[in-house]
Write a protein that binds this ligand. Sequence first.
Ligand code: PMP
Length: 388
Amino acid sequence: MCGTDKRSDPCPIITKSLSSDSIINLDHGDPTMYKEYWERMGDKCSITITGWQSLSYFSNTSNICWFLEPEFEKEVRRIHSVVGNAVADHYHIVVGNGSSQLFQAALYALSPANALQPMNVVSAAPYYSSYPALTEFLKSGLYKWAGDACNFDKEEPYIELVTSPNNPDGFIREAVANCRKLGKLVHDLAYYWPQYTAITAPADHDVMLFTVSKCTGHAGTRIGWALVKDREVARKMTKFIELNTIGVSKDSQLRAAKILQVLSNCCECARPGETENFFEHFRGQMTERWDRLRGVVKGSDLFSLPEYPVEFCNFFGDFFEAQPAFAWLKCGEEIEDCESFLKNHKIITRSGRHFGENSKYVRISMLDKDNTFNLLLQRMSTIIQNTH
Ligand code: PMP
């Protein structure tokens, strides 16, 4: 999936060919919307890495997570304190190759090594479509995918994945499985940032996963982090990453540290209303996109979108309605398979089936570039007009 941006032109063939009848691919949540902002920031985030840096495997041997760069750790703690979305003090930080690796590290760390049965892994439907695949692909003896948390009624130990705001539907969530005594929780907070949802309180769960992919848009830097309350869980997660990739690129950590530093600086220094303020800028952009999408869908029997509660955001000091990174679109009665229907109109989305829902639903990325998003709206209004 390539861009349409004339200035940098990384993919000239697709750049030229994004026309009114090209296929638009909104299946992935590729955060290319963020590019234009970072381009405007010029070299504010540039760092120089000299030839003699990043030689050792080790970053800080006195830390449980011995490959965690101190500069990155400092900026992670700082951004959480600036935004107020999670308690980081007294938590251990484990850095990962994206939060995808940390997810697997958490399953490893929370599953007993000597159990007779693999640990059940559940999440309430609709759940993030990668959870079943990530849980099952190595056919581990330690854990197994056990489906929708709402239907889990076995008297057996389990790990529940709580994604909040949720991917795909954007709602704020709490744990749902009912035998809490036997359950361990992993909170995936990839989207708990103020451009997507109101920050109502600092999260303080046992294991919380974050990623730069959805916070700043730097998905290709492959950096995520876990805030972990328990020392032993942090140690086991670190062990998983040690055995899996012997740590995490120092170069990427330093780059992510710089980006988070610029973000915290801009939150602390930019006055409200200034476009330099990253979260304010993208909250505005997401509001505009959601307003326009709702405007297109409004009054049509063909499609509908979820409604979100208005909540007070401590970060912005005002009320607003969630504006998620994905649109969870439902088709009307006459369409059984929304993904195929939209595919016939050259819009690639991800079917509700991948999320434990039915095929009336699709997930559409709201984080693509302006041109792609505009084309989506144009095409959806044409479909709606033509079916009236
Ligand atoms: N968790 C959720 C809920 C996500 O949506 C994603 C990305 N789509 C991830 C984790 C993985 O993020 P990363 O790029 O850090 O591996």
